[in-house]
Each structure stands twice: as C-alpha cells, then as structure tokens.
Write a protein that binds this ligand. Structure first.
Ligand code: ZN
Length: 87
C-alpha cells in the first residue's frame, strides 16, 4: 500500500515540475533576471500587435512572443524566438 502512495506522490511531483516555474535558455545562454539575478521564471506567451510588429519590421516574429516572468521580482522579459526549457 505504501508503494502505491509513493508512486502517487512521485506522479504528482512530476506533474508539478512540468507545469511549474523553470529555468530557460535562449541562444544557449541561460536566462537570468537583469533586475534581481533570479533564474526561475514562469512562462507565458503573448500575441504581438500586428500593426505594431509591421511598423517595427518584426514580421518574422510570427506574431507570437514568449514571455518569462521572474518568480522573484516579477520583471517580464520578452523573447521573439524559441526558448529552451532546462532543468
Ligand atoms: Zn527578478
């Protein structure tokens, strides 16, 4: 019975780590917060304003940006290319 409980705990932990805050790399460089030097972020994505993206000549961004929110100070960083999740 305790084996069963243990496997449930492991499963819950695996799910939590898959969805929770994590460390990231962009261009093979670990992402850190420029404000507080934290390296754990919540990931999100945002639609770029199409007119604004055209004006800035950023059409290659494909209208979606990744955002990383620092879990310590809340600073938001934007990435127009793919991020690698590390951990
Ligand atoms: Zn920070």
């Amino acid at each position: 019975m305790s084996d069963f409980v243990e496997s449930l705990k492991r499963g819950a932990k695996a799910i939590k780590s898959a969805l929770g805050p994590s460390r990231y790399e962009a261009a093979n460089i670990k992402v850190t917060c420029p404000h507080c030097q934290n390296d754990i972020f919540e990931e999100g994505s945002a639609q770029l304003n199409t007119a604004g993206a055209s004006f800035l000549n950023l059409d290659w961004l494909n209208k979606t940006a990744k955002i990383l929110v620092c879990t310590r100070c809340g600073l938001i960083q934007w990435f127009g290319k793919s991020l690698e999740k590390i951990d």
